[in-house]
Design a protein around this ligand. Structure first.
Ligand code: MHO
Length: 181
C-alpha cells in the first residue's frame, strides 16, 4: 500500500476547510483540530478566546501518488484568503491565521515554492502572509466539530462561508474531485 502523507493547514474556520479538502480525490481522511499554540489538548472555547495561540487547522491524510502536496497547497491557497493577517472574512483573531504546519523539510520547501507561485500569479491582490512552521503537535477538535458541514448543511454560517468555497473549488479543480461535480 502506498504511504500516506500528512498535511496540517490552517485557513480560517475548520468547518469550512475540512469540507473543501474532503472533496478531493486522494484525500483519505480529514480531522479538524488545533495546532501552533502552547497549551496541551486545548478546547474549542480556549482556542476561540485566542489566548492559547492555536490556529484552527485541518489534518489532511492523503496519498501522494494520487494528489501531490503541491496541488493540495494550490487548493489551500484558492479556498482561503492568504493575504489577511489573523483574519478570514468576518472571523478575526490569531486562531484564524493562515498557517502551514510542515511535517518535513520537503513540505516546507514546497510551501515556499507555492507561495511564490501565488504571489507571482496575482490570484490574490496583496501580500501573502501565510506562516510556515514545523508542526509540533496536532490536537484533534471535539467530536461535534468533525464533519461539521456535512452534518449541518443548513447551518447559516456554513452556508455563508463554506458553501462558496466548495463552489469555487469544484469550478477550479474539477479534475481533482473525488466525484464529478
Ligand atoms: N465565527 C464562527 C466561526 C466558526 S469556526 C469553527 C462562529 O463562531 O460560529 O471557527
Amino acid at each position: 500500500m502506498a504511504e500516506t502523507e500528512i498535511a496540517v493547514l490552517g485557513g480560517g474556520c475548520f468547518w469550512c476547510t475540512e469540507a473543501a479538502f474532503l472533496e478531493l480525490r486522494g484525500v483519505t481522511r480529514v480531522v479538524s483540530g488545533y495546532a501552533g499554540g502552547t497549551v496541551a489538548n486545548p478546547s474549542y472555547k480556549q482556542v476561540c478566546g485566542g489566548a492559547t495561540g492555536h490556529a484552527e487547522v485541518v489534518q489532511v491524510s492523503f496519498d501522494p501518488a494520487e494528489l501531490s502536496y503541491a496541488d493540495l497547497l494550490r487548493v489551500f491557497f484558492t479556498i482561503h484568503d492568504p493575504t489577511t493577517k489573523n483574519r478570514q472574512g468576518n472571523d478575526i483573531g490569531t486562531q484564524y491565521r493562515s498557517i502551514i504546519l510542515t511535517t518535513s523539510d520537503a513540505q516546507a520547501q514546497t510551501a515556499r515554492q507555492i507561495i511564490a507561485e501565488f504571489a507571482q500569479s496575482g490570484a490574490w491582490p496583496g501580500q501573502i502572509v501565510t506562516e510556515i512552521e514545523p508542526l509540533r503537535e496536532f490536537w484533534p477538535a471535539e467530536d461535534e466539530h468533525q464533519n461539521f458541514f456535512a452534518r449541518n448543511p443548513y447551518h447559516g454560517y456554513c452556508n455563508a462561508v463554506a458553501a462558496p468555497k466548495i463552489v469555487k473549488l469544484r469550478k477550479l479543480f474539477a479534475d481533482k474531485l473525488r466525484k464529478a461535480a
